[in-house]
Design a protein around this ligand. Structure first.
Ligand SMILES: C[S@@+](CC[C@H](N)C(=O)[O-])C[C@H]1O[C@@H](n2cnc3c(N)ncnc32)[C@H](O)[C@@H]1O
Length: 194
């Protein structure tokens, strides 16, 4: 997996991204409940794409949302939709950016397979958490559907998504996993800073 190829892959798909999005409010509600998104929190949306969750964070009265994405086209579309001063978008590699603050909720939604070094990413994100903060890795589809997707068009820009137990085992010791769900419609692993 090479980052230039990841950028090219998502830049090419950005214009159609929102039109192809299949949304389920109930799945997103489950994921954001697990992620601890509630009034007053700050959120780091890792690999935010076009910002598909920004409205959901704001609907829950998040105090601050930072979205970060490595694809300039995805980030450009996310920026073009910004209407609220609580939201900012950074275009860059989440593995290298210096974040301006610590966050109550760090959410990696539909993006984890695109990181070549999962344990390294989790450790880096854990270091971005405020005291009592939560790190959540989630997908709005089953593990089987994810495997099919990543064996197809996205094969060159992703690695297999681990089972929840395996992902939990990759979390750094400072995090306590208290949600691990993998069912026919979603995948959610969420951990709290000890
Ligand atoms: C499948 S898309 C998901 C986007 C969004 N979270 C959603 O659900 O619509 C994966 C995203 O990960 C981003 N990405 C991949 N590697 C990244 C990295 N190292 N840093 C930041 N973003 C990255 C891609 O540019 C892409 O927008």
């Amino acid at each position: 997996m090479n980052k230039r190829e990841i950028i090219a892959y998502f830049d090419a798909r950005a214009p159609e991204w929102d039109a192809r999005m299949v949304r389920s409010d109930s799945k997103i509600a489950f994921i954001l409940d697990a992620a601890g998104v509630r009034p007053g929190v700050s959120v780091l949306d890792v690999a935010c794409g076009t910002g598909v969750l920004f409205g959901d964070y704001l609907a829950r009265d998040a105090a601050r949302v930072t979205g970060v994405d490595i694809s300039p086209e995805m980030a450009r579309i996310a920026v073009s939709k910004l209407r609220d001063p609580r939201v900012e978008v950074l275009c860059g590699d989440v593995e290298e950016l210096a974040f301006p603050r610590r966050y109550d909720c760090c959410v990696v939604y539909n993006a984890f397979p695109h990181f070549a070094h999962p344990a390294r990413l989790l450790a880096r994100l854990a270091a971005c958490l405020a005291p009592g903060g939560r790190l959540t890795v989630a997908h709005g589809m089953s593990l089987a559907a994810l495997h099919r997707h990543h064996a197809g068009a996205a094969r060159g820009v992703s690695r297999p998504m681990p089972e929840p137990e395996r992902l939990a085992a990759l979390m750094p010791p400072c995090l306590a996993v208290d949600v691990a769900v993998s069912d026919a419609e979603k995948y959610v692993v969420s951990a709290r800073l000890r």
